[in-house]
Design a protein around this ligand. Structure first.
Ligand code: VG1
Ligand code: CO
Length: 543
């Protein structure tokens, strides 16, 4: 039976940003709110009749409720089948894989990624398209336009589906299949990586700590690392997805994954440490006594990827987001392959991957991935690291030093100023934008500005232009400061300041990062007036 319901709550619309719609749970719980957004997605996409929709989330508070709503609405909107991860669980990369593998029209992924979960925290809905990747701007624009005009949503009047029992059932004439969230993903990983070599290393005494941060990767990590690869029980920490992530931010950075960092820097450190975020698309890599910045991780993985069977044929190209350090560019140059610089957000990699122009992509925000899916992928990055270490038989620290000795080192940090009043953040960006033309040839201590601009990207595949993607100040010698406002926060504005200093091979390669970046930090404040505009003397988060 189909029911048409008039929307009664004014829809507080938001243009889906870098990762879909993110709001407080309480907002999503308002009558018609989630339904209006889901209906706007369904109204905006074509080809629903009889099509497959993939559905799952990171297990956070409110996940199961929205899954039930989405199943009923998919039935009323004419989908042929919905494939749901058991318990409503699917990591973002696993959902991307299912969409591609089973030829789905698209998928709804319920997550606010690294944002905290619980009744007073965040929820989110992302729509991914048939290539498995985040909806491109053309689609999110259509969804947004629909949210402005929507007057009804469609549903069927059926009981809840048992999300915990594997198998196939029906809802209002549509098939619903509950699938093991891990099985197809783990099989894909076995095709890409040499599990025998990694298992031999684990059995031979190589130890690991993987912190799933009480988020979605727990079941994946237990199955892959402990069961299939033979790492000791207990290797996976915080491996049960919790609705509130144990009260923590499931954000794998040096602040929120502090326990892992302290372990890896302490006397009892295992050989390898890693963590992933709420929805499993991010990764943090820390060797014994050696933190690897995500930008360096991308470069090091790209330089060694051919050692894994899935990449034995070499890479077609590398892509990185603009604020990510240029370490990967040097690897691309050495390999004789192109390196693309895209705006922040995984959706910009989709065309390059689909066109076979890039194989490996990465972002400074702890996201790395390849053409195996169309999302960044935390467990994949850990497995590629393990495969490389098994093949080269060296430590993370030795690999990093070897890399820098060859390519030079890009010292790097990101300073986040969170919950800034939106008007103040906008004023800072507007003032800096206006000042950009005056910056070249000015000096800040020893730093001379070589160029300054507002980053604009022209997609080499479809020619679409994305302007205003961050303000760049480039110094002579390859150092750089980038300013941008976050698109994923749910409270006020978050100002991100990205700091990078390049030391060539033969230069100062073994220094502490804060000391190496001190003059850039001072220059950033002088250039943008961070303290003057925001009243903040220090960042809230340094990663
Ligand atoms: C942040 C990161 C960006 C990432 C995005 C989604 O965006 O900087 O690199 O792609 O989160 O990641 P922003 O606009 O807040 O800087 V996730 O793990 O939330 O899907
Ligand atoms: Co994420």
């Amino acid at each position: 039976m189909r029911i048409e319901t008039k929307s009664t709550t004014p829809y507080e619309d938001q243009k889906p940003g870098t990762s879909g719609l993110r709001k407080k749970v309480r907002i999503f719980q308002q009558p018609n709110y989630a339904e209006n957004f889901i209906q706007s997605v369904f109204d905006a996409v074509e080809g629903k009749a009889g099509a497959l929709l993939v559905l799952g989330g990171d297990g956070r508070y409110h996940n199961r409720a929205v899954i039930q709503q989405a199943i009923r609405m998919a039935a009323a909107n004419g989908f042929g089948k919905v494939m749901v991860g058991r318990g409503g669980i699917l990591s973002t990369p696993a959902a991307s894989n299912l969409i591609r593998y089973y030829g789905a029209l698209g998928g709804l992924i319920l997550s606010a990624s690294h944002n905290p979960g619980g009744p007073d925290e965040d929820f989110g809905i992302k729509y991914n398209v048939a290539n498995g990747g985040p909806a491109p701007e053309k689609v999110t624009d259509a969804i947004y336009a629909r949210t402005r005009t929507i007057t009804r949503w469609l549903t069927v009047d059926t009981p809840d589906v048992d999300l915990d029992r594997l198998g196939t059932g029906a809802v209002g004439g549509m098939t619903v299949e509950i699938v093991d969230p891990v099985a197809d993903y783990a099989a894909l990983m076995e095709r890409l990586f040499d599990f025998d070599a990694i298992r031999a290393m684990a059995v031979g005494g190589f130890t690991m700590a993987f912190d799933a941060m009480s988020a979605v990767t727990g079941p994946y990590a237990h199955e892959i690392f402990e069961k299939r690869l033979g790492f000791a029980p207990g290797t996976v920490r915080n491996g049960t997805p919790l609705e509130d992530f144990g009260g923590h931010h499931p954000d794998p950075n040096l602040v929120h994954a502090r326990a892992l960092y302290d372990l890896m820097m302490g006397p009892d450190a295992p050989d390898f440490g890693a963590a992933s975020d709420g929805d499993g698309d991010r990764n943090l890599i820390i060797g014994r006594g050696r933190f690897v910045t995500p930008s360096d991780s991308l470069a090091m993985l790209a330089a060694n990827a051919h050692l894994a069977k899935g990449y034995a044929g070499g890479l077609k190209g590398i892509a990185r987001s603009m604020p990510t350090s240029a370490a990967a560019d040097r690897v691309a140059a050495a390999l004789g392959i192109p390196c693309y610089e895209t705006p922040t957000g995984w959706k910009f990699f989709g065309n390059l991957l689909d066109a076979g122009m890039a194989t490996i992509c990465g972002e400074e925000s702890a996201g790395t991935g390849s053409d195996h899916v169309r999302e960044k992928d935390g467990v994949w990055a850990v497995l590629l690291w393990l495969n490389i270490l098994a093949a080269r038989r060296i430590s993370v620290d030795a690999l990093a030093r070897d890399h820098w000795a060859r390519f030079g080192r890009n010292y790097y940090a990101r300073h986040d100023y969170e919950g800034v009043e939106a008007a103040k953040a906008d004023a800072l960006m507007a003032e800096l934008t206006a000042a950009l033309p005056t910056l070249p040839d000015t000096r800040f201590g020893a730093l001379a500005v070589a160029a300054a601009d507002s980053f604009s990207y022209t997609d080499p595949v479809d020619g679409s232009i994305s302007a205003n993607q961050g303000l760049r100040v480039l110094f002579e010698g390859g150092s750089r400061v980038v300013f941008r406002l976050s698109g994923t926060g749910t409270q006020g504005a978050t100002l991100r300041v990205y700091l990078e200093r390049y030391e060539p091979a033969g230069g100062k390669l073994g220094e502490e990062t804060p000391a190496m970046l001190a003059d850039l930090v001072a220059a950033a404040d002088a250039i943008a007036g961070i303290a003057r505009h925001t009243g903040r003397m220090t960042p809230d988060v340094v990663t």
